[in-house]
Design a protein. Structure first.
Length: 220
């Protein structure tokens, strides 16, 4: 199908303008995230490094999907991690959580009952708790050994309801944590490639194509 389209209808023009406005809103929010990449991120990294177990991101709804993404990228970057849905956790999955683990509980409003109960019980089993929320006065925020308040302005979420921009900010914060931990652990690109033999990444590594020649030594 050709990328060109017939002239837009008035409804399509309005919808396209709304789509562009959403992207601009998310761009603005990410620009505001910089001040949050501060000593709280360092504290989060210290908590993770002080525990020899897993990092366990958790959340429900869109926050749960961001938690799942965070778990994957932390693992890829050298910090063993797995996503555990709080509902599954409250049906026995909590048994996987130990005192060696770090739970990262994600909730925009901090009032999701299953997230809060799972977090409370994980803490009771000795896990350290990092909370990511937009509400520092929420029940969940009070459960964290470290609570990070991330920006979630209404303009970034359509009607202030659909968690688009707010969860994008959480994802970016998680990316920053993964990069910081990778640096502090000294996790090497050859280790990344060994655990990622599939797809285009694996094929480029096998063929000797330039890949993480972006390693520290070669960036200097």
């Amino acid at each position: 199908m050709s990328a060109s389209v017939t002239p837009l209808s008035p409804a399509e023009s309005r919808a396209l303008a709304a789509a562009r406005e959403q992207v601009h809103s998310e761009e603005k929010l990410l620009a505001e995230l910089g001040p949050v990449i501060d000593d709280r991120l360092v504290c989060a990294a210290r908590i993770v490094l002080a525990h020899k177990g897993k990092v366990i991101p958790t959340g429900v709804g869109t926050s749960g999907e961001i938690a799942r993404r965070m778990a994957h990228l932390l693992s890829v970057a050298g910090s063993p991690s797995l996503f555990l849905h709080p509902t599954e956790g409250l049906h026995g999955g909590l048994g996987a959580v130990t005192h060696d683990d770090v739970l990262i509980a994600i909730s925009k409003g901090g009032q999701s009952r299953e997230v809060n109960e799972f977090t409370r019980r994980a803490a009771a089993r000795g896990a350290a708790v990092i909370v990511l929320t937009a509400r520092q006065d929420s029940e969940l925020a009070a459960l964290g050994d470290l609570t990070v308040a991330l920006p979630a302005p209404d303009y970034a979420d359509p009607a202030g309801i659909i968690a688009m921009g707010s969860t994008l900010a959480v994802a970016a914060w998680g990316d920053a944590l993964a990069v910081m931990l990778m640096q502090l652990r000294g996790y090497r690109w050859d280790e990344v490639l060994f655990t990622h033999p599939g797809g285009a990444v694996g094929r480029s590594a096998e063929s000797g194509e330039p890949g993480p020649a972006r390693a520290e030594g070669e960036r200097k």
